[in-house]
Design a protein around this ligand. Structure first.
Ligand SMILES: NC(=O)c1ccc[n+]([C@@H]2O[C@H](COP(=O)([O-])OP(=O)(O)OC[C@H]3O[C@@H](n4cnc5c(N)ncnc54)[C@H](OP(=O)(O)O)[C@@H]3O)[C@@H](O)[C@H]2O)c1
Length: 306
């Protein structure tokens, strides 16, 4: 069955991959954008304009698009720094509330929203399911804000009165446009030998190619399953393994090692946490419920791709 699909965040890293896949499946795709010029070059069936933080504008835009399904891929993450956390948290709380209210007013049936697989607390593991608690008590204020915003987004999506909802908890994104691309902030630092490896580096990362994130969103649009699903590759991996291999693939020297106690000062809280303590995400539930599987089943083949 084809549907009228409204994509909020169509001009983002995932959105740009998602729009052509949806249209190739025969869906009618409208982009909700805050700046129309950002949609230039995207093949779309329609464009509506609103800032996601402005309730009335969102309502008018969504009503005019008349969607069956609304896909929420809004973030304001621009780098490995904390500066995107606060605006992204607002998009996940206020922005989500505006989209749900507008989607319900427009008579939409479903919402699909982006969340994070690595927002779970680093307890148990090493690879956690969707049942693991989120890290709302993270010691870093930015990450605590992020996980609380994720929790609110998920509660709102699953609790919407007149919509069914699917939450996609994406793993660590890599591929064109992401931080891990060699031109991205993280990839560039590793390529220049500027990212040290804490010792021990026992943090687990579950990676996800951006094309697989987009494919999972198509599956979620077409599925009739509600719930929260991890969307990550099949190969969760310790930093002690992936960071040296990533450096090798980028043609960089092996990362120098530093004692784990120095990692936070040298790398910042989040990267230090990722490399030393983060847990991986099991993808079994999403694979089954969404009828999705990663085309890139392991980061090992494509992490340094252009
Ligand atoms: N999950 C992770 O692994 C993770 C963690 C940290 C960082 N990142 C990085 O974050 C990016 C994730 O890709 P993404 O597609 O989720 O995000 P993205 O590329 O930042 O795209 C976000 C989308 O939201 C839109 N948007 C932002 N604020 C808006 C507002 N107020 N009103 C309307 N639209 C608004 C943007 O529109 P505009 O085009 O107008 O900006 C854009 O279309 C990657 O670069 C990734 O490396 C990912």
């Amino acid at each position: 069955m084809t549907a009228r699909v409204l994509v909020a965040g169509a001009t983002g890293v995932i959105g740009r991959a998602l729009v052509p896949l949806l249209r190739a499946r025969g869906h009618h795709v409208t982009a909700l954008v805050r700046e129309p010029s950002r949609a230039a070059g995207l093949a779309l069936d329609g464009v509506v304009v609103a800032d996601a933080l402005e309730a009335e504008a969102v309502r008018a835009a969504v009503l005019s698009a008349r969607p069956d399904v609304v896909v929420h891929q809004l973030t304001a993450l621009r780098g490995p720094t904390a500066e995107g956390f606060e605006p992204t948290a607002r998009l996940r709380t206020e922005g989500t509330a505006h989209l749900i209210a507008a989607a319900e007013a427009a008579g939409a049936e479903r919402m699909v929203a982006q969340s994070i697989a690595f927002a779970t607390a680093p307890r148990g593991g090493p690879v956690l399911t969707e049942d693991a608690p989120l890290y709302a008590d993270a010691p870093d204020p930015g990450w605590a804000l992020t996980t609380r915003a994720i929790a609110e987004l998920e509660r709102r999506i699953l609790g919407a009165a007149h919509l069914s909802g699917t939450v996609l908890r994406y793993g660590t994104l890599y591929g064109p446009g992401t931080l891990y691309h060699r031109a991205g902030a993280f990839g560039g630092a590793v390529a220049r030998g500027r990212l040290p490896l804490p010792e021990p580096a026992a943090g687990i990362t579950s990676f996800l190619h951006v094309e697989d994130a987009a494919r999972a969103a198509v599956c979620a649009v077409e599925a009739d399953t509600d719930g929260v699903f991890n969307v990550a590759d099949d190969d969760p991996v310790e930093a002690a393994v992936w960071l040296p291999e990533y450096a090798r693939l980028l043609g960089a020297p092996p990362p120098r090692t530093v004692p784990a106690q120095l990692a936070e000062r040298l790398l910042g809280w989040f990267t230090s946490y990722q490399l030393t303590a983060m847990r991986g995400a099991a993808n079994d539930r999403g694979r089954q419920a969404l009828n999705w599987k990663p085309a890139v089943s392991s980061w090992r083949t494509r992490l340094a791709d252009d």
